[in-house]
Design a protein around this ligand. Sequence first.
Ligand code: SAH
Length: 219
Amino acid sequence: MRNLTADDFSERRKEMVNVQLMCRDIYSEKVIGAFLAVKRELFLPEDSRKYAYEDFPVSIGFGQTISQPYIVALMTQAADVFERAKILEIGSGSGYQSAILEYMGADVYSVERIQGLKELAEQNCRKAGFTKVKFKLGDGSLGWTEHAPYDIVIVTAAAPHIPKKLMIQIKENGRIVIPVGDPAVQDLLLVRKINNNIVEEKICGCRFVPLIGEDAWER
Ligand code: SAH
């Protein structure tokens, strides 16, 4: 097969947004704008670029995967991202979700537990022109105290429960989007802190790689 050109990718990107996002339940114009703009092929390993706009998860090395575009869009829409929102992402992975959030005007802090992936996320974001995201190597189940409180926390790995410190590190009226369940299958939850009460809403069933850490799964 011939190599795909920038034009090919651009065509595929538009088709993905149309078929996988808009024909389903992604209606936020801000989210759609970001998915049209961010070049997902720049976040995938060379040999899987051809899958950049396919509707399935793709391996990014170190035993980790990047979710299909629809799941990233669904989480971003549920998070209700706004200009200058302070967002903590747990699980930098390829850096794609961080880039989407930066494109939407958020201030993004992203924690990753695997050194090689923290570096990959940084490199990919830089290559794609996203230079404002702050990355940190560490255990995201403990949050990132230094920059707390956050408007939004997005957890991109599956947790056994909502980590306590994340709940503490969100602002009043803040929200957490997080997959919670057992390692094989989870519920994607939107958790909101309203007048110090915690309100949980199930978005859908899902399957993520495990969140491994002190307040999550053991290695
Ligand atoms: N958001 C990423 C996808 C991440 S996949 C993207 O857009 O590409 C989930 C990531 O969570 C993996 O990179 C994994 O290493 C990381 N992870 C798992 N447990 C973690 C923890 N406790 N703290 C930080 N990152 C963690």
